[in-house]
Design a protein around this ligand. Structure first.
Ligand code: ME8
Length: 515
């Protein structure tokens, strides 16, 4: 624990009823980039991810496979853990909802909601989607040509009738609307905010929060015939991870979370149910819920039957980790749906990374190696072109900070790569290779300025392409302790005379494998 400002960020916790797919990887990559950004920007970051192991969907899958739900959870949760590792994620913890600490925390939040008078017993009858683990109003469902009734996310629903505890969600309609009004940044992006405000304005019904027809879940305190509705326990993971209910735990100082990063299909749970549960239990609300879009394979929804589900492990192996991270975060405006295809990935790797940044770095640094005794050259008097490119580089932090602060990762990357493009124009226009003969002092200035701009680009690229950015900074002999955002701008300029190694390529070109 330090006296740095705290920053708590989470992904959704994934259902380990199957193995991880690219949608899960996308969320982890984006959240990791935001966690790394805040860390480099001087915050004490806590980043939580994990698996959501209870509920009927897990139980049904386990039965089909002839194993227990716990066995299924153990097997697949390990795959999710391996995925976040393979993606280079810097999560500080990995929570599993079947853990004891989480049972304790969920039972405590339940008791607090009950003590507040918000839980009562009745009987439930209505439509339920096992795939979404969600209850739907009849009006939200439709019977399609195949005779099956579907919910709003396109998954089949079934009729459920059983004794159930209810949460008095209807009592929170006005409080939620007042919260959205007073905290305009609570839900992002704005389309999602509007969607939620209009959903809540239409009126809220009390929510069924327990089930009796199966037992794979967390027992309801005082009535063990019931297990909690999986979303009550799932959402609670965010406070379990912060040490709840032990409010003397050092981790509790991270709560309330700064950002829950989730997909758009689960915004209702996070922006309606979760704040209502917390209000009821007297626990502060997270500061922001941000919903990203969905990824499609060439415009098609990924599905096992179409056979277009992409395995994140093979993607990283094929294209490289930094390349994969960069592609998704640059190509898809965060918050909108996005597409991926082999051509689009290769284009980003070769154009943005290998050509624009990689070539600029290797051309300028090899010139320094060859012509400046392998030492960062001493710049002479700066000319307007030098000042202009340095000013653009110095201004990046502010733009990136504003962009990452609103989860607009793509806008941060666009700003960095605009500087890469300008640095290329500067380098081409100044022709340092020609200055070598005509004006070596001026060549030194141009090479120094280019190296300094690359330093700032590499420092800011660390959250998204950590390995390649580290290579670029190694190539510039920037010490490990001088890579945080505090060194950006004029205060952290490269020191002339420092020896640099023979540059190692940071961004190789993608070459199609031989058929
Ligand atoms: O919803 N593109 O788990 P989950 C982008 N356990 N994101 C996608 C995606 C796609 N094609 N498919 C899924 C759950 N996601 C619950 C969450 S949180 C307390 C409980 C995203 O495994 C999805 O939107 O179905 C969600 O944010 C995350 O992956 C996990 O999805």
């Amino acid at each position: 624990m330090t006296d740095k400002p705290r920053y708590y960020i989470t992904t959704a916790i994934s259902y380990p009823n199957g193995v991880p797919h690219i949608g899960h990887a996308y969320e982890a990559i984006a959240t990791d980039a935001m966690a790394r950004f805040q860390r480099l920007d001087g915050k004490d970051v806590f980043f939580l991810t994990g698996t959501d192991e209870h509920g009927q969907k897990m139980l049904q899958t386990a039965r089909k496979e002839g194993i227990t739900a716990q066995e299924l959870a153990d097997r697949n949760s390990a795959r999710f853990r391996a995925m976040v590792e393979a993606l280079g994620c810097t999560n500080n913890d990995f929570i599993r909802t079947s853990e004891e600490r989480h049972h304790k925390s969920s039972q405590e939040i339940w008791k607090r909601m009950a003590a507040n008078g918000d839980i009562y017993k009745d009987s439930y009858s209505g439509w339920y989607s096992v795939r979404d683990e969600a209850f739907y109003q009849e009006g939200e469902t439709e019977v399609r040509a195949d005779g099956v009734r579907y919910g709003p996310q396109g998954t089949p629903v079934e009729w459920v009738e059983e004794e159930s505890y209810f949460f008095r969600l209807s009592a929170y309609q006005d409080k939620l609307l007042a919260h959205y009004e007073a905290n305009p940044d609570f839900i992002g992006p704005s389309e999602r905010r509007n969607e939620i405000v209009s959903f809540v304005s239409r009126g809220l019904k009390d929510l069924s929060v327990s089930r009796t027809t199966f037992d794979w879940g967390i027992p309801v305190p005082g009535d063990e015939r019931h297990v909690m509705y999986v979303w009550v326990d799932a959402l609670t993971n965010y406070i379990t991870g912060a040490g709840f209910p032990d409010e003397s735990d050092a981790r509790w100082s991270y709560w309330p979370a700064d950002a829950h990063i989730i997909g758009k299909d689960i915004i209702r749970f996070h922006a309606v149910y979760w704040p209502a549960f917390l209000m009821s239990a007297g626990i502060p609300l997270p500061k922001r819920v941000y919903a990203h879009g969905f990824l499609f394979n060439r415009g098609e929804k990924m599905s096992k039957s179409v056979g277009n589900v992409i395995d994140p492990f093979s993607l990283i192996e094929h294209y490289g980790l930094d390349q994969t991270r960069y592609f998704f975060l640059r190509e898809v405006p965060f918050g909108q749906d996005g597409n991926y295809s082999h051509e689009a990935i290769v284009n980003r790797i070769n154009a943005d990374l290998a050509n624009d940044l990689g070539n600029l770095a290797s051309r300028s640094l090899s010139m320094i190696s060859k012509n400046c005794d392998g030492k960062l050259p001493q710049p002479g008097a700066l000319q307007p072109a030098d000042e202009a490119i340095l000013a653009q580089a110095d201004a990046m932090l502010e733009t990136c900070r504003a962009a990452f602060g609103k989860q607009e990762i793509h806008a941060g990357l666009a700003c960095i790569w605009a500087c890469v493009a300008e640095a290329n124009r500067y380098f081409a226009a100044q022709e340092p290779w020609a200055l070598k003969k005509t004006d070596p002092e001026r060549m030194n200035t141009v090479l120094y300025v280019t190296a300094e701009v690359i330093r700032q680009i590499a420092i800011l690229a660390q959250p998204v392409t950590p390995t390649a950015a580290a290579k670029l900074l190694d190539n510039l002999s920037v010490p490990a302790g001088a890579r945080s955002f505090a060194t950006l701008g004029a205060g952290g300029r490269l020191a002339a005379g420092v020896e640099i190694p023979k540059p190692e390529p940071a961004f190789p070109r993608y070459v199609e494998p031989e058929q």
